[in-house]
Design a protein around this ligand. Structure first.
Ligand code: SF4
Length: 329
C-alpha cells in the first residue's frame, strides 16, 4: 500500500508511514530491528548513569567508553552523591586515558553542587559543563521529554536531509524540532544517533539502507552536506625537563587551566645545558598540536619538586602526553 504525504506534512509524518513492503522501513521499525538496544545507558532510568554516558561520549567513541571507562567509573562512583564526596584526584585518576579532563572536573563540580539531576533543560544548563546539547540529551533520555538531541552525527543527518551546507545553530535546532517524532521521542532520538554512527557516515553514507532516504533531499550528493570547514591547527612546542634521582622521576601537579589537577612532567623555558636530550613526543589536541622536547638530568632539582617511582606514577592521574613522555623515559 502506498501512502502519499499531504503538502505541508513534515518529515516526521513521512517516516512514520510504511510506504509499501519494498520501501524503506519507517524510523521506528528500523530502530526496533537495528537499534543498539543493548547499550547500558539505554537500559537504565538512572539519570546520573545517563548523564555520565553523555559526558563520556562527548569526545570519545562508544566502543572505548563501553569497554574501558563507563563500568569502572560507575563501580567507583555509583551515585552523584558518591562522586561529589570523592576527591577530585580520584575522579581524574578514573578518567585517565579518556582525555578532555575538563569534562571530569565539571562532572565532579556538578556532583558537589547537587545529588539529584533536575529535569528542566534551562536548570540543567546552569550546571558546570552542561550545554544545550547535553541538557537536551539528559532531558530526552533520562526524563523522556519530547525534545530532540543534537550530537555531531545528528547534525550531519539534519544537514543532509535538509540539504544545508552551513546552517546556523538556530537553523539546526529549528529543523531538529521540526523533524522530531513527538509521539516517540526516545526511540526517534536513539534511532537518529544509530543512523548517524552506522549509516549516514561522513564518507560513503549507506543511503540504500537508510530509513530516512524517502525524505532526504541531500542524498544525491550527501558529502556536500555539511560543507567541510578547513581547519588549520597551530603547533606549540615545549621543553620538558625531568630530574631523575634515586630511581625516581620529578613531577608537578598542574595549576593552570590546561590539564589542571593532573600530575605531569614540568615544562620549562630553557632546559639545563647539562641535561641529556631524549627525543620528542607529539600529541594532537582539538585546537593545537603539541610537540614536547624531552630532557633528563640525573640529579635532584634545586627547586622544590615531587619525586615518584614508576609504580607511584601509575597511581597518579597523568595526561596522555605525560604517558608518552614516561614511555620515552
Ligand atoms: S539518505 Fe543518505 S544522506 Fe540522507 S540521511 Fe540517509 S544516509 Fe544520510
Amino acid at each position: 500500500m502506498l501512502f502519499k504525504c499531504a503538502p505541508g506534512n513534515t518529515a516526521k509524518h513521512l517516516v512514520q508511514y510504511r510506504m509499501d513492503t519494498k520501501a524503506p522501513l519507517s524510523l521506528l521499525d528500523w530502530y526496533k530491528k537495528n537499534g543498539r538496544h543493548e547499550l547500558p545507558w539505554r537500559n537504565t532510568q538512572d539519570a546520573y548513569h545517563i548523564y555520565l554516558s553523555e559526558v563520556m561520549l562527548q569526545q570519545t567513541q562508544v566502543k572505548t567508553v563501553l569497554e574501558r571507562f563507563y563500568f569502572p567509573f560507575l563501580k567507583r562512583f555509583p551515585s552523584l552523591k558518591a562522586l561529589g564526596e570523592a576527591p577530585l584526584d580520584d575522579v581524574l585518576k578514573m578518567w585517565e586515558g579518556l582525555g578532555y579532563y575538563t569534562r571530569a572536573k565539571n562532572l565532579h563540580k556538578t556532583a558537589t553542587l547537587i545529588s539529584e539531576l533536575p529535569s528542566n533543560i534551562d536548570t540543567l544548563m546552569t550546571l558546570p559543563g552542561i550545554g544545550k546539547n547535553t541538557a537536551h540529551a539528559i532531558a530526552a533520555f533520562a526524563f523522556h521529554q519530547s525534545v530532540p538531541v543534537m550530537e555531531a552525527n545528528v547534525k550531519r543527518i539534519l544537514c543532509r536531509i535538509f540539504a544545508l551546507q552551513n546552517p546556523s545553530p538556530k537553523e539546526l535546532w529549528d529543523k531538529a524540532y521540526e523533524l522530531l517524532d513527538t509521539a516517540h521521542p526516545f526511540e526517534y532520538n536513539q534511532a537518529m544517533m544509530d543512523i548517524g554512527s552506522g549509516i549516514c557516515l561522513p564518507k560513503n553514507p549507506k543511503c540504500l539502507l537508510c530509513p530516512l532516504s524517502t525524505i532526504c533531499t541531500g542524498k544525491d550528493a550527501p558529502e556536500r552536506y555539511p560543507q567541510k570547514q578547513k581547519k588549520t591547527v597551530p603547533t606549540r612546542e615545549q621543553f620538558i625537563m625531568v630530574y631523575r634521582y634515586n630511581d625516581k622521576l620529578s613531577l608537578t601537579q598542574r595549576k593552570g587551566k590546561f590539564l589542571h589537577g593532573l600530575w605531569g612532567f614540568e615544562s620549562v623555558d630553557d632546559p639545563l645545558c647539562a641535561a641529556e636530550y631524549l627525543g620528542e613526543v607529539t600529541h594532537a589536541y582539538t585546537h593545537f598540536k603539541l610537540i614536547c622536547k624531552v630532557y633528563v638530568y640525573d640529579e635532584p632539582s634545586k627547586e622544590q619538586m615531587h619525586y615518584f617511582s614508576l609504580s607511584d606514577i601509575r597511581n597518579l592521574a597523568i595526561s596522555k602526553v605525560d604517558e608518552k613522555i614516561l614511555t620515552l623515559l
